[in-house]
Ligand binder design. Structure first.
Ligand SMILES: [Zn+2]
Length: 284
């Protein structure tokens, strides 16, 4: 049976590490995440869809209503880390703090056990696979931090292209949920989210999505700021402008096409039976 899992990385338009904005300045910048998420929730309701929202801890702390609205809409709340530091730049103790602090605040606000984790900027790869042991030790049941295509900024071609139970370096088992990529010959081609969804022509996105659905599962991802063409622009270089702003106005209708192909469901609901039932829901 075809299943569409939609995942949403909930962060502000100024949280990306590539933007180089000092976190001390974040509170001076105009927040837009509440409006963006509210609009997305309306859109999902219209398409009878529910999603997994990977929420940053700092967003939860500053805008608790965002987390409550997501949970009240029947969606899954998961963690996107605490303050969007790339985990490759952090030591083990700091990663642990980020994993636990974000999970705690998200559980407290949503009233649901938080099972899923996605690292900021897909920042887990062969150099820091120990993060997966910390994910397990912090009480999460699945991870979605490995991007299965090598790009100049992130990704690892050794990562799985379909949900798989990984053996972590410490010997634990952890379900990994990668975003969908197309396989064209020996190439892995990303198309199902973020920059790739924005720049990929709509007809191609739809064709590749149909192929993934025919295989059984499509895992897509978006950021609320990608649905808001009017968020403030930053004076970035050409590559920064390309990465952040290319195709911004196309995200909404491409997402609507994906939802029209197959209403979305959260990870917990679609892949729940593969999650380890012996684990505790709530961290001590
Ligand atoms: Zn992010």
């Amino acid at each position: 049976m075809s299943q569409h899992v939609l995942t949403v990385d909930v962060e502000e338009w100024f949280h990306g590490h590539d933007l180089g904005i000092d976190p001390a300045r974040w509170s001076d910048l105009p927040s837009r995440v509440m409006t963006q998420v509210a609009r997305l929730l309306e859109l999902l309701e219209r398409y009878r869809s529910r999603a997994t929202f990977f929420v940053l801890g700092t967003v939860a702390k500053r805008h608790p209503r965002v987390v409550r609205a997501i949970a009240e809409g029947g969606h899954e709340v998961a963690s996107h880390g605490y303050d969007h530091w790339r985990l490759v730049e952090l030591g083990r103790k700091e990663v642990r703090q980020q994993l636990r602090a974000s999970r705690q605040i998200l559980q407290d606000l949503s009233g649901q056990p938080v099972w899923g984790f996605r690292a900021p900027s897909w920042s887990v790869g062969p150099d820091n696979l120990w993060v997966l042991d910390e994910v397990v030790a912090s009480g999460y049941r699945y991870d979605s931090s490995l991007f299965p295509v090598r790009t100049p900024y992130f990704g690892w071609s050794g990562a799985p292209v379909a949900p798989a139970t990984l053996l972590t370096p410490g010997g634990a088992r952890l379900l990994e949920i990668p975003p969908s990529v197309a396989r064209l010959g020996c190439l892995r081609v990303p198309f199902a989210g973020g920059f790739f969804l924005r720049v990929c022509p709509g007809w191609l996105v739809e064709w590749l999505a149909r192929r993934k659905l025919a295989e059984g599962l499509l895992v897509s991802y978006i950021h609320p700021w990608e649905l808001d063409s009017f968020h403030p622009r930053l004076p970035l270089g050409w590559s920064g402008r390309l990465l952040r702003y290319a195709g911004l106005g196309t995200t909404r209708w491409k997402l609507e096409r994906l939802l029209a192909l197959a209403p979305a469901r959260p990870v917990r609901e679609v892949l729940g039976p593969q999650l380890d039932p012996s684990r505790e829901d709530l961290a001590p």
